[in-house]
Design a protein around this ligand. Structure first.
Ligand SMILES: Nc1ncnc2c1ncn2[C@@H]1O[C@H](COP(=O)(O)OP(=O)(O)OP(=O)(O)O)[C@@H](O)[C@H]1O
Ligand SMILES: [Mg+2]
Length: 412
């Protein structure tokens, strides 16, 4: 738009002591600019409107705690979401706190404490601003697939009771030149207008366009749009980016995030806690969880969830006397052979004496003979005898069964 700096100055002056009518007119101008594709100018007006709103919020009579200080209008399920001009696909999906899970994902104490401290900042905006500081408004969550990153982002929204504006890649990425950048502008203008958490899940997909040499110009445009919009949003609201390809992200985009939280693969104790979490409401002895944690070394929360669900399903179908834990592990290892640690997988399909001995010798399992009996469905003396024997009668055939199909006389 021509003479925009003058219009911008006019708006700023008007907003210093704005009536509702003045505000409405500036909002109209902002929407018209979005429509015309002048995303940068629209973002600048949106920022101005937000900051005027925020100044109003600090009038003493309106000093309600925390959320009242988050600027923006309230989102409702009926709020229209911008769409891609060519395909009419929405650029975002709205999720409201009450639809999100209330139970936290399971992480190690260090990661959990860091997340809690971040939440504490966001819950105490007022106390922070009294000291002239701001919480980190941009957070990048990265880590390998299936470690609970998306779940964490959703849980944060639930904790802060904020609706989520979840960017939709199918709506954002367009095959038409320049349209992806415009869609990104529209997404941010929308998120800046409302009180919400903007979630850019798997947004490395945008950066991946870079792999295509035909797309060099377009990706530059898209990355620039992302950078400008991230900068414009800095002061306005909460933004969480989630990626499992952190290396693919443009370094400039990466730098825009104040908090960069790596969600690690779960260690032994966390794997145990995750197993226990997904096992509920079924109760099992602690030895079961230790074995599950031992067997799932190198696996993610998502894979542990599948394994525990398999065990629960077999319990539901066959009852208590159904498939025991070791049989379930074998079943899982057959269906997920590429995922399991080869040494442990080999033990499951080998001589049961070697398996029992490995369990006895693993320091993290800390198993007694009775524990081994408990997970293998044998009694303690059978286990002691098996470990003590020179050669085993439990030689497993290739199919992976411990016994060769004959009734096992030692089974109690
Ligand atoms: N640490 C965890 N605590 C609880 N559940 C978990 C954890 N990690 C994974 N899960 C479970 O695994 C599934 C996948 O989690 P989620 O979608 O959050 O993973 P992600 O890291 O976002 O994966 P991707 O990178 O593939 O998108 C969910 O059902 C989630 O409940
Ligand atoms: Mg995810």
């Amino acid at each position: 738009m021509e003479h925009f700096p003058i219009i911008q100055a006019l708006c700023r002056t008007a907003l210093a002591d704005a009536s509702l009518a003045t505000r409405k007119q500036i909002e109209r101008l902002r929407d018209a600019l979005v429509k015309a594709g002048d995303d940068k100018q629209a973002a600048s007006l949106a920022a101005m409107l937000m900051s005027a709103e925020r100044n109003k919020e600090v009038v003493p009579s309106r000093l309600a705690k925390s959320r009242a200080q988050m600027p923006g209008e309230a989102l409702s399920p009926g709020t229209p979401v911008p769409v891609d001009r060519e395909t009419a696909a929405p650029v975002a999906t709205l999720l409201f706190p009450e639809e999100l899970r209330a139970d936290p994902p399971v992480f190690n104490p260090v990661v959990s404490a860091a997340i809690e401290s971040m939440l504490e900042e966001w819950r105490n905006l007022q106390a922070l601003s009294a000291l002239g500081v701001q919480p980190a408004k941009t957070c990048l969550i990265y880590g390998v697939p299936g470690t609970g990153k998306t779940r964490l982002a959703m849980w944060i929204a639930r904790q802060l009771e904020m609706p989520v504006v979840l960017a939709r890649l199918d709506g954002l990425v367009s095959s038409f030149l320049g349209t992806t950048a415009r869609n990104i502008g529209n997404l941010f203008a929308f998120a800046n207008r409302y009180r919400c958490l903007l979630l850019l899940d798997e947004f490395d997909a945008i950066a991946k366009l870079r792999d295509d040499p035909q797309e060099v110009g377009e990706i530059k445009r898209v990355v620039n749009a992302l950078l400008q919009n991230l900068d414009g949003r800095q002061e306005l609201g909460l933004t969480i980016g989630v990626t499992n390809h952190s290396k693919l992200l443009d370094p400039a985009v990466w730098r825009r995030f104040e908090v960069q939280l790596e969600v690690p693969k779960p260690d032994f104790n966390v794997r145990k806690d995750i197993s226990r979490y997904f096992m509920a409401p079924v109760e099992c002895p602690d030895s079961h969880f230790r074995l599950l944690a031992w067997f799932t070394e190198g696996l993610t929360g998502a894979e542990i969830e599948v394994l525990v669900r398999t065990y629960k399903k077999s319990m539901a179908v066959h009852g208590e006397g159904g498939r025991d834990l070791i049989e379930t592990l074998r079943h899982f290892a057959t269906l997920n052979s590429g995922r399991c640690e080869p040494g442990r997988r080999g033990l499951l399909f080998g001589d049961s004496k070697a398996l029992f001995r490995a369990m006895k010798e693993a320091p993290e399992l800390n198993f007694t003979m009775a524990d081994i009996g408990e997970v293998a469905g044998r009694d303690k003396s059978t286990v002691s005898r098996a470990i003590g024997k020179r050669s085993s009668r439990f030689e497993a055939p290739q199919t992976g069964k411990v016994t060769d199909g004959q009734p096992d006389p030692d089974r109690s």
